[in-house]
Design a protein around this ligand. Structure first.
Ligand SMILES: NC(=O)c1ccc[n+]([C@@H]2O[C@H](COP(=O)([O-])OP(=O)(O)OC[C@H]3O[C@@H](n4cnc5c(N)ncnc54)[C@H](OP(=O)(O)O)[C@@H]3O)[C@@H](O)[C@H]2O)c1
Length: 293
């Protein structure tokens, strides 16, 4: 049985990667501050510890999902962002290349400026905020280390959360519940994607021969929604009245966000890989499970 190491296994995406892939693979998940056994606590900025981890567990595949992914946090701490998002990713990529480990690096639609969507995999990147810039640098470093490494770009994610504010999608439910007159961005167009669909896509990619893989892949659901539009669907899923919500026609967040980074998944389409779901039904299921649990 192949061994898959997953960084960020305590995070929103990583938890579902572990859950989905452990049915078919031996999984070694690692987190950092939240990691408790069987997860391994590994500080990715500690290069010696990373090498020792790879020596000990000898994975066949590594999915690198750990990152600082909050644009406002990245904007306020460039050094920390570069250390985790760029330097640690580059180190992992080189170590994986030297050891023949297949690397899947999770990146973001925020490497694009959002001006000319949809974006194919080879479209020119032009990130507008520091988070996007750090991921752009990491992508370049990963592929320079080994062109057979895979960069997996994903848009805004949702799924099982530990707390509603953990995802930029489920946090909307918290806003709605605390203030039915909440004002929400009705400018930026997003493509909320369930973490399980990312995990299922990765499972399909990992099952392919190494010779068929390498470079950039786009994984995205297709329903275009602003936060205001998501809020209306979330209100309806929770049986709340969305009629008092306020639509903001201009962006308001401190780190600049792109307008529309629609990711066109031409390579997955060619491979016949597609995992999509209806947002209204899926977010309803996520929220009901969380609020009842
Ligand atoms: N969430 C989104 O909407 C979204 C959108 C586009 C792209 N992405 C990308 O998808 C990937 C997964 O994101 P996510 O939402 O699952 O992130 P997340 O929930 O914020 O989790 C971040 C993970 O990184 C780990 N981590 C932080 N500092 C670390 C360090 N020094 N050493 C080792 N691990 C460290 C955390 O571990 P501890 O908590 O245990 O410390 C946690 O497991 C990221 O690459 C992100 O850029 C996410």
């Amino acid at each position: 049985m192949q061994t898959i190491a997953i960084t960020g296994a305590t995070g929103l995406l990583g938890r579902t990667l572990v859950k989905t892939l452990e049915a078919h693979y031996h999984i070694v998940g690692c987190g950092f501050r939240r990691a408790t056994p069987p997860l391994v606590s590994l500080d990715l900025s500690d290069k010696d510890a990373v090498s020792a981890f790879l020596d000990e567990y000898v994975p066949d595949v590594l999915i690198h999902a750990a990152a600082e992914r909050k644009p406002d946090v990245c904007e306020n701490d460039h050094a920390q962002t570069l250390a985790l998002n760029v330097a640690a990713s580059e180190h992992l990529a080189k170590q994986c290349n030297q050891r023949g480990i297949r690397l899947f690096f999770i990146s973001t639609d925020y490497v694009f400026d959002g001006v000319n969507p949809p974006y194919v995999e080879q479209a020119t990147t032009n990130p507008l905020n520091f988070y996007g810039q750090s991921k752009q640098q990491a992508e370049l470093a990963v592929l320079a280390s080994d062109p057979t490494h895979c960069v997996i770009r994903v848009p805004v994610l949702y799924g099982d959360v530990e707390y509603l504010a953990e995802s930029a999608v489920t946090v909307i439910a918290e806003q709605l519940k605390s203030d039915p007159h909440s004002a929400l961005d009705d400018w930026a167009i997003r493509y909320p994607t369930h973490v399980e669909d990312i995990a299922l896509t990765l499972a399909d990619l990992i099952a392919l021969p190494k010779a068929q893989l390498g470079g950039i892949y786009h994984v995205s659901d297709t329903q275009a929604l602003t936060k205001y539009q998501m809020a209306q669907l979330i209100a309806s899923a929770l049986g709340l009245d969305g009629s008092s919500l306020v639509a903001l026609p201009e962006p308001t967040q401190s780190a600049t966000r792109p307008h529309n980074c629609a990711l066109k998944d031409t390579r997955l389409h060619t491979l016949g890989i597609a995992h999509h779901r209806d947002f209204a039904a899926a977010i309803g299921a996520v929220l009901n499970q969380h609020l009842q649990g």
